[in-house]
Design a protein around this ligand. Structure first.
Ligand code: UD1
Ligand code: CA
Length: 457
């Protein structure tokens, strides 16, 4: 079998983004563009992946990690110059090289594979992935001769009037015969409007040498779109979003209003879960079966068990068990571990707390830096007092505890197994198991007090 290599171009600053963040690191559905490209390339059988880095080199490397090798392009002299930087890694190797831009996050691995297959079947030296654009402005145009063969690619800025009318564009993805690529690159000049070494010029060079050049035209322009500015970024986001939603729906998830449902690329959801409108599910979240999520719910980096309900709530970086009911209007903050069959009701905030099986905080509570056992009932308005202005302290509430309404548990403090805390208590000392603790002023009723007030005539 032919050896295959891939070069990903990711050294540009992305001036048109007008951003501090390097272009290829801008996220689409929560994942940086270059990572989408790498992940798609990774689905293919590729021997070596070389990513060309320059602007933000370290940050791109941190993002992609060891999924790729790297070659540094210290000066951005154009896409041909960028590919040249892979010479040390790839020159002299026989095989097929896929070149793809780090700003085309929507190109699917199936399309890349089809491009490679056509290239190898035709024994071409270069095969271009092209698409027909309704508005081709900004793209390189594919110029064909009277026999329909590809002659060359002309950049938008270098194109004449008739070339500007061509709708078939260069998507910036190509397959090359690796040896032919590196030998042709040496012949590319920067004699053009932008004074850059253009990779597409390789096509004309190889054609002039009588080599076979082919093109694979996809019928889906949306897939091939290059993201150069924030308008295109939002369009890419919309395409990716509907692709992700469709994948989940085909896998058996109900999304009642896909247009208002935002699910990031790496989220996984099991069958028969229903997602209601206005919901964002982000990061590495996993949601089990038959859950009801939303409306208007935000979940990031959470693991959620089966049959759990999360309504109008926010949950970040936490694990939530099965048969749990959360919301409306609850806030689960990072590092919380909510066990099975828990109920977290309205206006309850949980932070860095373990909340044991079957326990409840149904209304208006703050539980932070706490270990709550099983079958605990936290009454309305009760809170852990975890912070003295400088340090955070732990509250332990053991199994079966009943905390009456509006209690303050001043940490560090332990409420022993099965104990009761009377409503309105401010607990500053440990409560032994099975005890009733009352920590509030006694009620005094002053008879006729109001009647005898001087101003009460
Ligand atoms: C490029 C193509 C154009 C095609 C379009 C498709 C060239 C000259 N033009 O134009 O024909 O229609 O993509 O989206 O190739 N990069 C480097 N080093 C450089 C320059 C660029 O690594 O010196 C990287 C960029 O980070 C980017 C990619 O190459 O990821 C493409 O560069 P960009 O400037 O976006 O090219 P376009 O003008 O979009
Ligand atoms: Ca581009």
């Amino acid at each position: 079998m032919t050896n295959r290599y891939a070069i990903i171009l990711a050294a540009g600053q992305g001036t048109r983004m007008k951003s501090k963040l390097y272009k290829v690191l801008h996220p689409v559905c929560g994942k940086p563009m270059v990572q989408h490209v790498i992940d798609h390339v990774n689905e293919l059988k590729i021997e070596d992946i070389v990513t060309i880095i320059g602007h933000g080199a370290e940050k791109v490397q941190d993002q992609v990690g060891n999924l790729s090798q790297y070659a540094l392009q210290t000066e951005q002299l154009g896409t041909a110059h960028a590919v040249m930087q892979a010479e040390a890694a790839l020159a002299g190797k026989e095989g097929t090289t896929l070149v793809i831009c780090g700003d085309t996050p929507l190109i699917k691995s199936d399309t890349m594979q089809a491009l490679i297959d056509l290239h190898e079947e035709k024994q071409a030296k270069a095969t271009i992935l092209t698409a027909s654009a309704q508005n081709p402005a900004g793209y390189g145009r594919v110029i064909r001769n009277s026999d329909g063969e590809v002659e060359k690619i002309v950049e938008h800025k270098d194109a004449n009037e008739s070339e500007l009318k061509v709708k078939e564009i260069n998507t910036g993805t190509y397959c090359f015969d690796n040896m032919a690529l590196f030998s042709a690159l040496k012949k590319v000049s920067n004699d053009n409007v932008q004074g850059e070494y253009y990779l597409p010029d390789v096509i004309e060079i190889l054609k002039a040498e009588g080599e076979i050049i082919t093109a694979y035209e996809t019928d889906d322009f949306g897939e091939t779109m290059g993201v150069n500015d924030r308008v295109a970024l939002s369009q890419a986001e919309a395409i990716m979003r509907s692709r992700i939603n469709e994948k989940h729906m085909r896998n058996g998830v109900t999304i009642t209003d896909p247009a208002s449902t935002y699910i990031e690329a790496d989220v996984t959801i099991e069958q028969d879960t229903v997602i209601y409108p206005g919901t964002m599910i982000m990061g590495s979240t996993h949601i089990g079966r038959e859950c009801l999520i939303g409306p208007h719910t935000e979940i990031k980096d959470c693991r959620i068990g089966d049959h759990t309900v999360l309504r109008q709530s926010v949950a970040h970086d936490s694990s939530i068990g099965a048969e749990v009911k959360i919301g409306p209007f609850a806030h689960i903050r990072p590092q919380s571990e909510i066990m099975d069959e828990v109920k977290i009701g309205n206006f309850v905030e949980i932070k860095k707390a373990v909340f044991g099986t079957g326990s409840k905080a149904s209304h208006l509570s703050y539980i932070g830096d706490a270990e709550v056992g099983k079958d605990v009932n936290i009454g309305c308005g009760s809170i852990t007092v975890n912070y003295d202005g400088k340090n955070k302290f732990l509250t332990k509430i053991e199994d079966g505890v009943f905390v009456g309404c509006n209690s303050n548990l001043v940490a560090p403090v332990t409420i022993g197994k099965g104990a009761y805390v009377a409503a309105g208590s401010t607990i500053t000392e440990d409560v032994p198991g099975e005890a009733l603790s009352i920590a509030r002023a006694r009620q005094v009723n002053k008879e006729d007090y109001v009647k005898n007030l001087k101003f009460n005539k």
